[in-house]
Design a protein around this ligand. Structure first.
Ligand SMILES: [Zn+2]
Length: 467
């Protein structure tokens, strides 16, 4: 009998972590970081609910930190076996884990400065660059559709999930002596079938047990064309009014989708701005990795990019300027109008975007576009909620710029897309909804019952099931 332990992303969207046990072997599925409020992030410092030294293999569905961010901690605590990922995820993880480690080091350094002054004991970073490098050494890339034995009786196969570059659906065949082979399918984060570039999530027909994400289990996304029309209108208005456009964006996924659409508007003669600045070293590197794997794009988008951009996203938008250095970034401050500035962080909690706020947020002719969800407690959320004044880098700023929230750019499947993906399984599997706030998972379970007549369960933290 195999055991499955739910150690994370139960009734919430971050901290993915599941442990599988069979044949006396232990396979960890995901090693994600908890993200959100400070009190939630404290969880990242808790001890793992298993012994890292006893694991036989680790499988990571994609490079987002809420699925991979505790890998360096796992290695710091003694794990030294293989970490199975797709080759594209391996490249993205190199970028993201090093960045995350740098952030942990800087955070601890900052906190220790005031701790020292107030006579408190110093804190250690959650992990360091050295730990991230050690974790990267363990990556073992396996391409999509290449069944591979990863532990005794565990055969792994990745399938395209269409969420970000390299994202995978994890398909595990588990065989124990004297028992029938069982298939466990973990959806990972499933892509929105309306997103550009990447192919849509692969549908599968066989599974005995399915773990499915439910981030947007309660609703469908807004129509893509409506969102694109709205974006063109906003850019037009900003051009007429003589201001800049700021777009806070996540470095991996959202930024590449935006570059794709802006390039399309440019080719169609709809983009009036003189320059699009990609002002984020991380997003620039991530875009180059997307370019390296352009064979993952849909045939249609590969042809489109080949016809006007030598097959690459970085060439597709001729007015794109990648500003890596701080000097190049600061030079943007002098531009009063006609610029589109894409910068991180995606929820405005830091990064170069807040510096651009200093020069643009108080000007009514400027526009601020949120292409993604803004979590509670972030500066982005305060702005979306209508703050008239915000404090940014020790300065009080009036919010006079015009704010817009675009709903159609999600990298996750909406409710109907999730149910459609499920409907391809030929036999009714045992179904568990994970990676979603409780209310959203409940709404999805209800919709699955209505449309497919299937029963879905919503596991609790630390629940263990046998299958
Ligand atoms: Zn993700």
């Amino acid at each position: 009998m195999a055991l499955l332990n739910f150690f994370g992303a139960t009734r919430q969207v971050t901290g993915s972590c599941y442990l599988l046990e069979a044949n006396g072997e232990q396979v960890l599925l995901e090693c994600g970081m908890t993200q959100g409020f400070r009190r939630d992030e404290e969880r990242n410092r808790h001890q793992f609910q298993f012994d890292p030294k006893k694991l036989n293999a680790v499988v990571i569905s994609h490079a987002h930190l809420d699925h991979s961010g505790l890998l360096p901690k796992l290695v710091a605590e003694g794990y030294s076996g293989p970490v199975y990922v797709t080759p594209d995820s391996a490249d993205l993880l190199d970028l993201m884990l090093k960045d995350s480690a740098g952030l942990q080091e800087r955070d601890a350094e900052w906190e220790n400065r005031w701790r020292k002054r107030s006579g408190k004991a110093e804190v250690k970073p959650l992990y360091t660059t050295r730990h991230a490098e050690a974790a990267l050494e363990l990556l073992n890339p396996i391409d999509y559709a290449q069944p591979t034995m990863i532990a005794k009786g565990f055969e792994l196969c990745f399938h395209e999930a269409g969420h970000i570059l390299g994202s995978a659906i994890v398909d595990l065949a588990i065989e124990e002596t004297g028992q029938l082979k069982r298939r466990l399918v973990f959806s990972g984060d499933l892509g929105n079938t309306c997103s550009p570039l990447l192919r849509p999530p692969k549908t599968l027909e066989q599974a005995d047990l399915v773990l499915m994400e439910s981030t947007y289990g309660d609703r469908d996304h807004r129509n893509k064309q409506d969102t694109l029309d709205e974006l063109v209108d906003i850019l037009d208005q900003a051009h007429r009014e003589g201001g800049n456009v700021l777009i806070p964006s996540f470095a991996v996924g959202r930024t590449q989708d935006l570059l794709y659409y802006l390039g399309k508007f440019y080719q169609q003669g709809k983009l009036k701005q003189h320059t699009v600045y990609l002002d984020s070293p991380m997003a620039i590197s991530a875009t180059r990795i997307y370019d390296r794997y352009h064979h993952r794009f849909t045939e249609e988008d590969q042809e489109l990019l080949a016809s006007n951009g030598k097959g690459k996203l970085t060439n597709w938008l001729p007015i794109l300027k990648c500003t890596s250095t701080p000097e190049e970034s600061m030079a943007i401050n002098r531009i009063q109008s006609g610029a589109i500035i894409i910068a991180g962080s995606g929820m405005c909690t830091g990064g170069r975007i807040v510096h651009h706020f200093k020069h643009n947020l108080w000007r009514k002719e400027c526009h601020l576009i949120f292409p993604g969800y803004q979590a509670k407690g972030t500066l982005g959320r305060r702005l979306v909620d209508g703050a008239t004044n915000v404090r940014v880098i020790h300065q009080s700023l009036a919010v006079n710029a015009q704010l817009h929230t675009l709903g159609g750019f999600s990298a996750h499947a909406g409710q109907s897309q999730l149910i459609d993906w499920l409907s391809h399984f030929q036999r009714v599997p045992e179904l568990y909804l994970v990676h979603g706030e409780l209310e959203k998972s409940e709404r999805l379970a209800e919709a699955i019952k209505n449309k497919l007549g299937w029963q879905a369960q919503i596991p609790e933290q630390d629940e263990q099931i046998a299958f």
